[in-house]
Design a protein around this ligand. Sequence first.
Ligand code: THU
Length: 128
Amino acid sequence: MDLAEAARAVRENAYAPYSNFQVGVALRTPEGQVFTGCNVENVAYPEGTCAEAGAIAAMCAAGGREIAEVYVIADSPHPVPPCGGCRQKLAEFAAASVRVTLATVDGDEKVMTVAELLPGAFTRAHMD
Ligand code: THU
């Protein structure tokens, strides 16, 4: 499945009545499975749950534990980078070299690696 298409489609399901900012994410595992997520807000915590976290949760729920590629899309003037918490969540399951494509609905794309998104990441190796 095409990650860009999957992310664009799931973005339509985002529940974002507080920010009016819908985000869609699709990720692929090394086995080729694709999981998607959208942001889901609520009145008590209007920032809600990010689309990245949704896609990661779907992957984990299906038993997946590794991310090979990620695609994030939003309706913004410039490709929107994941928030700090999502960078750490991505780094938990994705190698430093994994590509994360940030996109706008108008077709602008910026490709970054997980290492570029979270330089100097805190990893399990630091607890050895
Ligand atoms: N949001 C995401 O879902 N992913 C991002 O990468 C950036 C921000 C959501 C959270 C919230 O629902 C809305 O966008 C505004 O911050």
